[in-house]
Structure formats: C-alpha cells, structure tokens
Design a binder for this molecule. Structure first.
Ligand SMILES: *Cc1c(COP(=O)(O)O)cnc(C)c1O
Length: 219
C-alpha cells in the first residue's frame, strides 16, 4: 500500500489511542524482497528495515549502507549462537533474544567487542511449542538475568499465534513490559499493526503490506 498510506494509518491509530505517531517506528521488513523494491523504499527516504536471516542481510545491506546513510537494521528472526558475532556486526537492534544461552553469548561478545546493540526479548505469548521465545511465566526472571549480565534490554517482542486474536497477545506483552519497567514493544505486522499501536507498540514490523507479497526466490 505504499509508505504514505502506511504512515497515514500509523498516525490515525496512534492519534485514536492518544499517542504521538512519532513514538511508533515502522520497521520495513525486507526479507526475501527483490532489491529493487527495497531500494525504492530507501529512495523515498525510509531508513528502518528488518531482516529475519543473518545470511540474507549480510548479502544485501553492506551494499545499501555504502549508498544510503542512516540505515537502522533490525534482526527480527531467530539467531543461532554461532552467528551472534556476525549479527552484532550487521544489525543495529536485535529483537530476538529468546533464550538464556544466547544471553550469555551476547554478554561475552559485548565484553569482547566493546558494544552490544539494543535488545528486545522475544516472548512466546501463545506458548506455542514450535515457536521461539521465553514463556510469559519466565519473563520476569529472564529480564532480571539479562540485566545482571548488563545487557541493554529495551523492550519485549512477540509474534502472536496465527489463529488467535492478536490483541490478547499485545495486551499480555504490554503488561509484562510494564511490570518490568521496559518502555518498548515490538509487536504488530501487516494485518494487525493498528491494533498493536492501540496496545502501545513502539516498533511495528510490516512486510507484505508495504512491499507486496513476498516472492519466493526461484529454484
Ligand atoms: C516476516 C515477518 C514480519 C512481517 O510480516 P508481514 O505479515 O509481511 O508484515 C514481521 N515480523 C516477523 C518476525 C517476521 O518474520
């Protein structure tokens, strides 16, 4: 639907919720999209993008960064520990801190590399066995654990189950963030970002609504 239309919808949803639209960051999810589509959005001046695979991001973004200043790249997909170093080098924000082992790896890398990107903890709000994330009941303890490791945790992230009302999950994530003193919420995708904004989303992750359907790579 284009950047302008999405910006209008963000503004409307935020205003209706009594929020400032500038408190909502649109992350343009560019995974699997052809480079021409991504570059068109860069040319319009947009700078926040999301990718779910380290490998794919490594092939695409260093080149774009040479041409466009001020790019903010967000990792929104699962991260293997052995790719954490590369993720630290490529991404400005990581939304998928989802297990204690990864927290320990991040803490070690932060020491060694002298920096750590801002982090979101992914919460498995639907408690789906196949989905990554910390269980809601374990979230308070995990936030404390990350703080004890000096990790820069800024907020929480969730991906609601496809067959449930997303607002229930947004409300739960908000409650978990509030009671842990976390101000940022990464939630809401193409089909539900307006609801997410109503529940306090600060980062919405929008792919297909902006770029069109994802075209699977040939072969
Ligand atoms: C792909 C993806 C999105 C974007 O999904 P759309 O429905 O295309 O907006 C958002 N968040 C995550 C974690 C994703 O993997």
């Amino acid at each position: 639907m284009g950047l302008t239309e999405i910006a209008n919808r963000i503004a409307k949803a935020a205003t209706e919720a009594g929020r400032d639209p500038s408190d909502v960051t649109l992350i343009a999810v560019s995974k699997v999209q052809p480079n021409e589509r991504v570059e068109a959005v860069l040319k319009e001046g947009h700078r926040s993008f999301g990718e779910n695979r380290v490998q794919e991001a490594a092939g695409k973004w260093p080149g774009f960064r040479e041409t466009y200043d001020g790019i903010d790249l967000h990792l929104i997909g699962p991260l293997q520990s052995n790719k954490a170093r590369q993720a630290f080098e490529l991404f400005d924000v990581i939304h998928t801190l989802d297990r204690p082992k990864l927290a320990n790896t991040f803490a070690r890398l932060a020491q060694e590399m002298g920096h750590c990107p801002p982090l979101f903890i992914q919460v498995n709000t639907g408690e789906e066995p196949q989905k990554a994330g910390i269980a809601p009941a374990d979230t308070d303890a995990f936030v404390s654990e990350c703080r004890a490791l000096d990790l820069p945790v800024q907020g929480l992230m969730c991906i609601p189950p496809v067959d449930e009302t997303p607002s229930l999950h947004f409300a739960l994530l908000r409650k978990l963030a509030d009671r842990n003193g976390l101000s940022q919420l990464s939630m809401g995708m193409s089909d539900d970002f307006q609801q997410a904004i109503a529940f306090g989303a600060t980062h919405i992750r929008v792919g297909s609504a902006l770029f069109g359907e994802r075209v699977p790579p040939a072969g």
